[in-house]
Write a protein that binds this ligand. Structure first.
Ligand code: HEC
Ligand code: HEC
Length: 327
């Protein structure tokens, strides 16, 4: 019973209080997937893939990227067609560059968006959602935009009334991942931006484990990042985790959809989700000397004499999230 209440608390926490709190049988109910809500698929992709950085609820001061509504405002003006918007949007994300960027101020402040592989079809769905709907925006944005541009019609589109639907177990798992990733990723990117890669190394070395630990306590779940080629031996994948890693490697090569894997064991739910490299990771996980600078390499070798986590390229399976929580 206690664990269920905890789970509920997590869900309430993660969905900003929108969750209903009147049933204690959340997971059992969530097994049945029928739901009358039809959420635009682009909305979900946007939340899962982009809000780690483009979070609309984060305060103005602690942001690490512009909110997505700022992107919308810069890309879509009165006469922008959906086709033109989608084309520009996808073109930027397939090869982000300073030259192509329309948000010059954001580039100055945060640096160019780090490249990450996204499926084209997914980007098109996200673009469609952004174009057709009024998207979630932080409450400071409206004043901020009006002051600079004098108009307030930057977030046009259909309005949806927010309906909570019952979450499936894999959605719950994904929320754990996003919650943890948000904290990890935010801290990592901010440290790299403000203090450089060497300092960020210290962060990963000293803080990453404690952070996942503290998220585990917060979520009452066991949250681990494991790898077949770990840097820290404590993060070595077990047999089942290695099988899952192989499944994801194959899925990535065959460009199949990457979905969470959820397994129901006797008294817990085991959830897996891949960790895929992007350009930013290679400063510490890429080719020695070429991408990992010599001074950093020196530190790494000292800290991790058995380090196997080098030589990665972009868009490879670096490891998986392995999360276990109780029903
Ligand atoms: C690791 C953090 C991060 C993630 C994840 C991320 N972005 Fe970004 N993005 C940024 C930053 C920082 C900027 C601002 C700098 C810039 O404009 O390049 C940005 C800017 C953008 C821009 C505007 C580019 C321009 O013209 O200036 C678009 C479009 C964009 N992001 C789309 C996306 C989409 C769609 C996703 C999810 C599929 C996503 N981003 C995920 C960090 C991120
Ligand atoms: C500033 C250097 C640095 C950057 C950048 C970095 N990492 Fe790491 N990473 C580390 C260190 C150091 C560890 C070992 C942490 C520990 O001791 O638990 C680590 C550990 C990991 C682990 C746990 C498994 C293992 O090998 O021990 C994963 C998974 C991981 N990193 C993925 C990534 C991904 C994905 C990115 C890019 C989004 C990234 N890292 C960027 C330094 C970095």
């Amino acid at each position: 019973m206690k664990t269920k209440i905890n789970l509920l608390l997590i869900l309430i926490f993660l969905s900003c209080g929108k969750s209903k709190s009147n049933n204690s049988n959340y997971l059992d109910k969530s097994e049945n997937k029928q739901s009358s809500t039809t959420e635009h698929p682009g909305k979900k992709l946007l939340k899962n893939q982009c809000f780690v950085c483009h979070n609309p609820t984060i305060s103005k001061e602690s942001r690490i990227a512009p909110p997505m509504v700022a992107v919308k405002a810069h890309y879509i003006s009165e006469n922008t067609s959906k086709e033109k918007f989608t084309k520009d949007f996808v073109a930027f994300l397939q090869k982000p560059s300073k030259e192509k960027a329309k948000l010059k101020g954001a580039v100055n402040r945060f640096g160019v968006m780090p490249y990450q592989y996204y499926k084209k079809s997914h980007l098109e769905k996200i673009a469609e959602y952004i174009y057709d709907y009024e998207i979630q925006e932080p409450n400071w944005f409206s004043d901020h935009w009006k002051k600079r541009n004098g108009n307030s019609n930057y977030n046009q589109g259909k309005r949806v009334i927010n309906q909570e639907k019952n979450k499936t177990t894999s959605e719950i798992g994904l929320e754990f991942v996003l919650g943890t990733k948000k904290v990890l990723g935010k801290n990592l990117m901010r440290t790299i931006q403000s203090q450089g890669t060497l300092k960020a190394l210290e962060f990963c070395n000293e803080k990453a484990i404690h952070l996942t630990d503290s998220m585990s306590t917060k979520f009452n779940a066991i949250i681990r990042r494991v790898s077949d080629k770990p840097r820290n031996q404590d993060n070595l994948a077990n047999k089942r985790e290695n099988e899952v890693i192989e499944i994801y490697k194959k899925a990535l090569i065959d460009s199949l959809d990457i979905n969470p894997i959820t397994e129901k064991n006797k008294d817990n739910i085991q959830f897996y989700y891949p960790i895929i490299t992007n350009g930013m990771c290679l400063q510490c996980h890429g080719k020695p000397k070429e991408q990992i600078k010599s001074d950093l390499l020196l530190h790494l070798d000292k800290l991790y004499p058995k380090d196997k986590a080098k030589g990665y390229k972009e868009n490879e399976i670096r490891g998986i999230w392995s999360i276990s929580f109780k029903e």
